[in-house]
Each structure stands twice: as structure tokens, then as C-alpha cells.
Design a protein around this ligand. Structure first.
Ligand code: URP
Ligand code: ZN
Ligand code: ZN
Length: 492
């Protein structure tokens, strides 16, 4: 006899999607959403009371570095056990992480090994992967043909970190041409690595070794130049471009200009740029300042205000975390000059609540909050409508957020393995109460439930390969018909 369906009724919450909000009940069965409307509990069904709370689609974080190695041998603080626990506790039910093949290692082999390594750690939530390319030659580019069949729909190149990760313009442009043919999204870390190297040499020669010089040697124009170059090359190649961790107003101008020109360009900013700024490094003791070192660096208050605005007006479409934690008493490397400090910050657990704080500050609506943290990243990832919405047939990934609660960020209570938090002590309105991932209640009344682990690898769809692209992937999209049909049923 087959097992009876595992059913849960989430009752009485305000269901929010990117398209609208309404009070409704949501029925989950065997990992998917099966009914939405005014629903009666069935015999033996688990009922979760969500009255007074928001019911949101699970968060989709399009940019994490979990269990990743940088500079040859330095591993991030979180493996998949702790990194995915932190994600789940913070309301993120899908992450898209990165796989980098060793020099000479076939991409398909690296992706296979990456999958095996992640699966062996039994993640809490579902996961997909981007392929990192470092100065790809024609042989490497020929391997891109295999990516769609492996469920990998995006590649990432670094325009920074010469000698370690950087790709030159030829490699970037050739990748864009192949990506346009294959329907792969091209991600870029957009900073001009050569100019930054020169500025770093000059700063060190002048005796500037303190962490704040990490920021001074990466001014906004080094970011804007790289964004501009990437958008122009993407237009020529007909590629769909995604700028990761956009941090400055000047770089944002380049995105806006390219989008207005018809480029298929999408920009992401990260939670840390919304709450941290350059003043936190200035003049601070070395160990304090090192906590905030990331690339691009945290910027001015004006930049910060501009990023909030752009999340509201659509100039920036995605809020990601770039979760890349290094232990302060270990891998972060606080000693020596600023070039030794490992750049990268934690944030996968705080991203959603930092994003939600934008609703209270009037930066955008609750629907827009869902859009930037779940729906649009799911679309760009090639995972929508399975992820990123609340509709019949979608995965049962839900967050119950209590607007009357309060959240205080602290390394004493977070679930990441990293030993500090750059957001230490920051408080925001609202609290994540429950999280369902594939119908499993991974967070219950604020407590992680280890028995509910069970994340799966996500094979992602490519974007339609075409040479004429525009900003259509995540433009205001039609309402989700299933949700609206059910809502109409609920009110008639
Ligand atoms: O500082 C950052 N962003 N570290 C993570 C690696 C990267 O550049 O994405
Ligand atoms: Zn980066
Ligand atoms: Zn990153």
C-alpha cells in the first residue's frame, strides 16, 4: 500500500506574492502546494495557524559561497551543514552557489564532484549551481555546451582579482557569445582588477596598510568602468548579463543606461550594502574594521540610499547575500596589510529580514520585497514557477513571518559557523516564525528541526537562446493565475 499524502494546512495568513496579497489558506501535500483559498482541515491534517502573519514564498538566494575555497586553500567558515541551516533559519529555501573547476579539470567532472560533496552533507534546503570560469580558452568554452544538460544555466566571470580569478575582455566576450547561443546567463563580478592593483601598490608604497584602504583602493569608478564594459560587450554578443553585488550609485548609473539602451542587463545588490557603510572601517581598530572587508567595499550613505531606492524602482532587481564568511579568529586574516584580509561577509541568514526592513522604511511594498528576494531570483535562475511564488504545483517552500515580532542579529544566536557577525546588534521589526522547505517544516516557532532536512539539487532551465535580448526576464510579470483564481474562489 502506498504511503498516505503528507498534508499540512497553513491557515489564515496573508499570502504575499510579487503580484499581490490576500488572506488565504494554503494546503501542502507531499512537498508541493495543492490548494489555495478558504479551506477546511482534513482528518488528521497538520494545521498551522498563520493568522496575523505573512505567508511568503521561500527566499531564493542567487549568490552564496558555501564550503568554498579562495586563494588556493582558504575555506569559508560554513560547510553545507551550517550554511544551509543558516539559510533555512533565515527563510531562504533555495540557494544558487558556485562550482569552480580546477585548471585542466573538465567542467562536467567538477560539477559532478560538487554535487556529490554537497549531497553528502545533507543540506537543509534545495540548491543549484553556477559555473565559475577563469580566463576560459576555446577548449573550456566548448565545454559550455554540456551545462544545460547538467542543469547549470549560468556562468560567472571575475573582472577583478588579476592572476587569481580574473578573465580578460576576450575571454569575457567569447563567453558571452557562447552563452547567448546556449541561453546561459552571464554573471560578472564587475571591478577593474588592473586599476585596483595599481591603486593598491600606490597605497602600500605610501604606507597605507590599514583595512580601510581596501575600500579606498576600490573606488566606485573601478566598479562603474567594469559594469559599463560588461554591459557593452553583452550587447554586442547578445548575451543576458547579471551584475553581482552592485554597490555604488555610479555603477548603478551604468546599469540604468544600458537597460534604457535595450541591453539584457540585471543587477543584484547584497544585504550588507544596505546596512553597512564605509564609515565602519574608517579609523577603526584593525580587528573591528576587518569585519567589514568585502569586494566591492561598503560605500557611502548616499550610495546606500541609492541602492534602497533602486530596489524599489526596479533599477536593481535582486537582493542576494554573497554569503562568504571567514572566521575572524582564523581565515579572515586580520594581521598584516589590508591585502591579506579575506574579503567576504556572512549574510545568508540575515538577507530576508534586512530586505523586509525595507518595507517598514518605505523603500518598497511587501510584494516588491517578495519579488527581489524570491520571485525574480527564481526567474533568473530558471526555477520559476517551481520556486519563487505561491501557486498550485509550486514547491511547498513557505515562510511564515510575524510582523509583530522583532529580530536582533547576533553571532550568539545565528546558525552560521562563523565567529562574528558584521550586523551584530542590529534590530529589525518582524520575525521569521516557521519555514517549510519542500513541505518539510524545517523551522518551527523559530527552532530548526534537524529531522526535517532533505534539500535536493535543482536542475535549472536556460533562458531562450536568442540574440535580441531586453529587460524582459523580470519585468513586471502577469499575476500568477492559480493564486488569483483561488483568491476569487475564496471571496465569492
Ligand atoms: O568580497 C567578496 N564579495 N567575496 C566573495 C567572493 C566574491 O568576490 O564574490
Ligand atoms: Zn564577487
Ligand atoms: Zn560572491
Amino acid at each position: 500500500m502506498s504511503e498516505p499524502a503528507r498534508r499540512t494546512l497553513v491557515r489564515g495568513g496573508t499570502v504575499v506574492t510579487a503580484a499581490g496579497s490576500a488572506v488565504a489558506d494554503v494546503r501542502l501535500a507531499d512537498g508541493t502546494i495543492v490548494e489555495i483559498g478558504r479551506l477546511e482541515a482534513g482528518p488528521g491534517e497538520e494545521v498551522v495557524d498563520a493568522a496575523g502573519c505573512y505567508v511568503l514564498p521561500g527566499g531564493v538566494d542567487f549568490h552564496t559561497h558555501i564550503d568554498a575555497v579562495f586563494r588556493g586553500s582558504i575555506r569559508t567558515a560554513d560547510d553545507w551543514r551550517t550554511g544551509s541551516a543558516a539559510a533555512a533559519a533565515g527563510g531562504t529555501t533555495t540557494v544558487v552557489d558556485f562550482c569552480r573547476a580546477e585548471d585542466g579539470q573538465p567542467l562536467a567532472e567538477a560539477i559532478g564532484e560538487w554535487r556529490d560533496r554537497v549531497a553528502a552533507q545533507d543540506p537543509w534546503i534545495d540548491y543549484g549551481v553556477h559555473a565559475i570560469l577563469v580566463q576560459p580558452d576555446e577548449e573550456r568554452l566548448a565545454e559550455l555546451d554540456a551545462l544545460p544538460g547538467l542543469g547549470v544555466a549560468s556562468v560567472k566571470l571575475y573582472l577583478a582579482y588579476p592572476g587569481r580569478m580574473m578573465s580578460d575582455d576576450r575571454a569575457l566576450f567569447r563567453t558571452m557569445q557562447r552563452a547567448a547561443e546556449l541561453g546561459l546567463l552571464v554573471l560578472v563580478h564587475a571591478e577593474n582588477g588592473h586599476a585596483i592593483d595599481v591603486l593598491v601598490e600606490e597605497a602600500l608604497a605610501a604606507g597605507h596598510v590599514e583595512p580601510e584602504w581596501h575600500g579606498h583602493t576600490r573606488p566606485p569608478l573601478t566598479e562603474a568602468e567594469a559594469v559599463s564594459r560588461a554591459t557593452v560587450l553583452a550587447r554586442i554578443a547578445g548575451a543576458e548579463l547579471y551584475v553581482v553585488h552592485l554597490s555604488s550609485l555610479r555603477a548603478l548609473e551604468e546599469v540604468r543606461r544600458a537597460a534604457a539602451d535595450g541591453a539584457g542587463v540585471h543587477a543584484e545588490t547584497c544585504s550588507h550594502y544596505l546596512v553597512l557603510d564605509e564609515s565602519m572601517l574608517a579609523g577603526a581598530p584593525r580587528e573591528e574594521a576587518a569585519r567589514y572587508v568585502c569586494s566591492p567595499p561598503t560605500r557611502s550613505k548616499d550610495d546606500q540610499a541609492g541602492l534602497w531606492r533602486a530596489l524599489g524602482d526596479g533599477g536593481i532587481e535582486v537582493l542576494a547575500s554573497d554569503h562568504c564568511p571567514f572566521a575572524l579568529r582564523g581565515e579572515k586574516i586580520v594581521e598584516g596589510d589590508f591585502t591579506h584580509i579575506m574579503n567576504g561577509l556572512p549574510g545568508v541568514e540575515q538577507r530576508l529580514m534586512i530586505g523586509y526592513s525595507g518595507v517598514a522604511r518605505g523603500a518598497y511594498s511587501i510584494e516588491r520585497f517578495v519579488d527581489i528576494t524570491s520571485t525574480t531570483p527564481a526567474r533568473l535562475a530558471g526555477l520559476y514557477p517551481r520556486k519563487g511564488g505561491i501557486a498550485i504545483g509550486s514547491d511547498a517552500d513557505l515562510v511564515i513571518l510575524d510582523p509583530a515580532g522583532r529580530t536582533r542579529f547576533s553571532a550568539e544566536t545565528h546558525h552560521s559557523a562563523v565567529d562574528y557577525l558584521p550586523y551584530e546588534g542590529i534590530e529589525v521589526d518582524g520575525a521569521i516564525r516557521d519555514v517549510f522547505a519542500g513541505g518539510r517544516r524545517v523551522l518551527r516557532d523559530g527552532e530548526l528541526q534537524p529531522a526535517a532536512r532533505g534539500g535536493r539539487f535543482l536542475a535549472r532551465s536556460t533562458i531562450a537562446p536568442t540574440a535580441s535580448r531586453g529587460r524582459r526576464l523580470s519585468e513586471p510579470h502577469p499575476p500568477e493565475p492559480h493564486v488569483l483564481e483561488q483568491r476569487r474562489g475564496a471571496t465569492s
